[in-house]
Design a protein around this ligand. Structure first.
Ligand code: SF4
Length: 662
């Protein structure tokens, strides 16, 4: 005989959370005078409620029934906002076990009504969850069961055209919600719809149907007062003729058991695991007594035993994500308690939400931090698990000399603190930049590439170097640069500094020397006469020595040589304007253009006899001169200043008186 338990049977995550929290509170307040109450029955299950009563936990319908100083637990259905306010007035300690899915609906209706939207809740008006949701709306709110109910309201003129936000009670059928939204849209009502139906209900119903279809007998465990149990009973009944509702062991149809090949079991959201176990154990006993095959059943019992075992602190566990909220991830660990990973136990990028990274249904691995948090859940940490992986990555980066990205989070004496994932590291000032710096503020908040230069996982410390990365990048660039240049290449450069003998030009990470004699075809006294700092220039590589890291550059070589095509520029007889650049005993040199000087012989300075050129002209003076000769071979130009002057008229010699013969 086979026994098959439908998936997702028993407590849903919200109910499990509330029950666990209640038992946690019992432990917390045991031995104190404080009394514990639940706001309404914790779950629709008599056995559980009675168990709680044995522990002194009773259900109340109103806060006024509770003595001041007592603890009141809000069950998974949630409560209206007023209850929180009132509990304060009455001096009551509220412990909140509202299911995060329900909490999300509270938030939606609160925000939507603050935006000016009227709210429509699709659900049952008298259901505690709906009463709670209603209490978070700040404007008009309507509750409709389905589209027919909606039509009635419309007929009564209660819902008129305009904007409405629509949410769903978590346990209704999605179809009902969709039909209401569709009807509203068809009527031209502008709808903001939020399908807040909980997957747990749908999944439970789907697996119940699936199990019922292949079973000869179906047992639905749960209370007659639980609407979701009754829904399962209805679904099972439609798919398996022999379906029984099992509220207590007495309801088990043991006589039928031996006639069935496969027995299916489904349990409502408020049926605890111990009741499922009891049902199976009773059947097992019956089977043993009657000598029937019970292997499958024993296997299932083993599964349950396994599920009852809780993981220990420090254990690495894997489970399925069942819910992701803004604050936490809830993980089904396959045991009787769920695991909770709070947001700050997960590494997220800035601005990232948990729901951006994690989705319900996915598998997740985490480390057990506490076997019982304040709500009785197993507290898990993804970060603590990741930290080992992160240290491995850091050590690997150290061994392989690879680069990791670290975020600078703050400054400390002598450097800054930077974190790579969950590993914290120190960057000494000397390792922060390739230049000396004491200004660390500009690094704070930035993510920079670093090399790991030391690790100490025991002290949770590493030493990083940003400088090492910069220096390596520089070296790589330099190497690539040397490989990319050749003598005679014309390259772009930037003038970086001057010396008496020239200028240093950065030609792509490497400085080359531009000697003063290589700057201009003409004569210059200092490099600054023609260049300025940060000036962009094109220079020619005249020579290079990679080993010594030396490069000689030429600037004038990138400009036409003045003697090139001289004939096309100047002809004998042309009058040019030039500057006197040098005076000699035998004449004066005139700069016709940079790098092209002509000589005015002393005899060509003036028509009169000139004893010293300096007596007639001075350095820097601009003069006109006539080209007398161009010797392209010897690269000489003869000029004449006097030829540009008016020739003086010769004075008539006085006539000597000739003495007479007298
Ligand atoms: S919302 Fe879903 S998970 Fe939460 S209590 Fe309801 S059925 Fe359970």
């Amino acid at each position: 005989m086979n026994i098959e338990v439908a998936k997702n049977s028993g407590f849903c995550f919200g109910v499990k959370r509330a029950v666990d929290k209640t038992y946690s509170l019992i432990e917390k307040y045991r031995g104190t005078q404080r009394r514990i109450f639940t706001y309404g029955p914790l779950i629709h299950n008599e056995t559980v409620v009675k168990e709680l009563e044995k522990e002194g936990v009773f259900s109340v319908e109103k806060l006024e029934e509770v003595p001041a100083g007592s603890v009141v637990l809000i069950r998974s259905h949630g409560v209206p906002f007023d209850v929180y306010r009132k509990s304060e007035e009455l001096g009551i300690i509220l412990e909140d076990a509202t299911c995060p899915f329900v909490e999300k609906i509270h938030k939606i209706v609160e925000e939507e009504s603050e935006k000016g939207q009227d709210v429509i809740i699709v659900g049952s008006e008298t259901h505690p969850e709906v009463i709670g949701i209603r209490g978070w709306c700040k404007r008009k709110v309507f509750v409709v069961k389905d589209k027919n109910d909606l039509q009635n309201l419309i007929k009564e003129g209660k819902i008129i055209n305009g904007d409405h936000s629509v949410v769903a009670q978590t346990t209704i059928k999605i179809k009902d919600f969709e039909e209401v939204v569709e009807s509203l849209s068809e009527r031209g009502v502008k709808v903001n719809s939020f399908c807040t139906v909980c997957n747990a209900t749908r999944e439970r119903q789907d697996s119940c149907k699936e199990t019922a279809e292949k079973s000869d007998m179906m047992l639905v465990i749960g209370s007659r007062t639980s609407s979701n149990t009754m829904k399962l009973y209805e679904i099972a009944g439609k798919n398996c003729k022999k379906t029984y509702l099992i509220e207590t062991i007495e309801d088990l149809p043991l006589n039928e058991v031996e006639k069935c090949g496969t027995i299916g079991i489904a349990a409502g959201a408020s049926a605890p695991e111990c009741i499922i176990k009891e049902v199976i154990a009773t059947m097992s006993e019956f089977i043993t007594e009657n000598g029937l095959e019970q292997n499958e059943m024993l296997a299932y019992m083993e599964d349950i035993e396994k599920a009852l075992r809780l993981p220990g602190r420090g254990e690495i566990v894997t489970g399925e994500i069942i819910a992701v909220s803004e604050k936490e991830i809830v993980v089904n660990l396959g045991c009787k308690k769920d695991g909770i990973i709070p947001k700050d136990e997960v590494s997220l990028e800035p601005g990232q939400k948990l729901s951006d990274v994690f989705k319900a249904g996915e598998q997740i691995e985490a480390k057990v931090v506490k076997t019982k948090d304040d709500d009785g859940n197993i507290l898990l940490s993804k970060k603590k698990l990741e930290v080992n992986e992160h240290w491995n990555e850091v050590n690997e980066a150290l061994d392989n000399k690879t680069v990791v990205n670290a975020k600078v989070t703050g400054k400390v004496k002598g450097g800054v603190i930077a974190t790579f994932k969950e590993v914290s590291g120190f960057i000494p000032l000397s390792q922060l930049s390739d230049k000396f710096t004491e200004e660390v503020d500009e690094f704070i908040g930035k993510t920079i590439p670093v090399k790991v230069i030391q690790t100490n996982p025991k002290r949770n410390r590493a030493v990083f170097s940003h400088r090492a990365v910069l220096m390596e990048e520089k070296a790589k660039k330099t190497e690539a640069f040397w490989n990319s240049i050749e003598v005679d290449d014309i390259v772009d450069g930037v003038v970086k500094r001057f010396t008496d003998y020239g200028a240093f030009v950065d030609i792509g990470g490497v400085d080359g020397l531009l000697h003063i004699s290589e700057i201009s075809w003409g004569k210059i006294k200092k490099p600054q006469d023609v260049l300025e700092l940060e000036q962009q220039v094109k220079v020619k590589i005249l020579s290079m020595n990679k080993e010594k890291g030396k490069i000689s550059l030429g600037l004038k070589q990138t400009m036409p040589e003045p003697w090139e095509n001289i004939e096309s520029k100047y002809q004998v007889g042309d009058i040019i304007e030039g500057k006197v650049v040098q005076l000699k005993d035998y004449g004066a040199f005139i700069e016709i253009e940079p790098g092209l000087d002509g000589l005015v012989h002393i005899s060509e300075i003036a028509y009169k006899r000139v004893a010293n050129p300096a007596n007639e002209i001075e350095i820097g003076q601009t003069v006109n001169a006539k080209i007398l000769d161009i010797d392209t071979e010897k690269k000489r130009i003869s000029l004449s200043i006097k030829e540009t002057l008016e020739k003086p008229v010769a004075e008539e010699a006085p006539v000597e008186e000739v003495p007479t013969e007298e």
